[in-house]
Ligand binder design. Sequence first.
Ligand code: SAH
Length: 462
Amino acid sequence: MQKNDIVKVKIEDIGVNGEGIGKVEGYPLFVKDTIIGDVAEVKVMKAKKNYGYAKLMKILEASKDRVQARCEFARNCGGCQIQEMSYEKQLEFKEKKVKGNLERIGGFDREFIESIMEPIVGMENPFAYRNKAQFPFGISKDGEIITGFYAGRTHSIIANTDCALGKSVNQEILELILKFWKEFHLSVYDENTGKGLLRHVLIRYGFKTDEIMVCFVINGVKIPHTKELVSQLSQLKGMTSITFSTNQKNTNVIMGDSYQVIWGQSYITDFIGDIKYQISPLSFFQVNPIQTEKLYRQALEYADLKGSEIVWDLYCGIGTISLFLAQRAKRVYGVEIIPQAIEDARENAKINQIDNAEFYVGKAEEVLPAYYERYAKEHSGEKATADVIVVDPPRKGCEESLLRTITEMEPKRVVYVSCDSATLARDLKYLCENGYRLEKVRAVDQFPMTVHVETVCLLSRK
Ligand code: SAH
């Protein structure tokens, strides 16, 4: 296969970045904008030794699962990857991906996986699910101020105020800001020169409270005509918090280190289950609250708490899972590496009057082993134990040293929440070789139209 070859290929799978994958005489080609089942004419753009990248020229036979994208920018925008695949097929694909990794990397046999896998949890409406978006501002080729999303892997802005994954009110807010910026001849930031005022607008939405937050990220310390801007924005129904954050660094990091309130409160409120959260411009919060609630309810069901248990929630973030579990446990210990997230977790515990959750800042793979050793020293050799341990690590999964301590503490159940089924499978293999049995696995679709999938698993001690 060589560059510029034009070939016909049938797409059989989807890669980690969302491209279709098909083989030509055993040679895999990655083809963006194709979906499983398409037969396409493609042009090879890059031919490596064992695989290549090709560009879609023409769909020869459309897959039966191909649908019209809801958003006209679906192919160029970096946000969605599989909008042209029917939602049922997306769910099937994600479930298969989890099963495939458990089989290939985890070494579990197919029949066993089929017997313990519960049906994937999808969304009733797989659009407008995001409660947060950060919109970059820039100048179009024609010199107009625009906002929208970055095209895949670039920093060129696709002008679009109507993202299908966000709330429709975003459009109203962005159009108002665009109009205002033009009317008052204000500037927008240019990454190349480092000049210009407005970099991004962050919008957050409380799904259960309908409260709205707008935060302007600016390359400066004030917005001219703030009074006028605020008087327009604050009239929108639900507007609760208007702030700005100064970011004068030449960096890809969006937010500055702090923010200032220019109208209303410094935070909005939202709920996951019965737990209330105060969300400020800089706090972390799950972006799909509807599916997060389903995911954490499933984790809670797997934890099967009766009220007397000692529970650890490792990689606890702002304590979402910890506080969910604390309502049904004797005591919950949360561990998280980011100090600000732990401050939020403590604050969240307080506003919900939960006093049986304790939080520690540090690496899970350091805090838990240190606790285990210290406990033995202080209790003349007696082992520290736990009833249930929950982990929700980032994509790289858990360090083996942490998994070892977990197995040494011999909890009755381990609940593993994962955003990467490959590292999940690796870690499950370790746990199953060291005293645990995989009982249940369930995928949850937190990010429809993208290739991401969350998985929650229950393991019990043999
Ligand atoms: N369950 C959490 C979200 C988990 S996301 C919530 O509800 O908010 C994974 C979290 O792990 C992130 O908050 C990240 O900051 C944290 N993290 C990453 N590496 C870590 C480590 N080595 N030890 C502890 N926490 C870590």
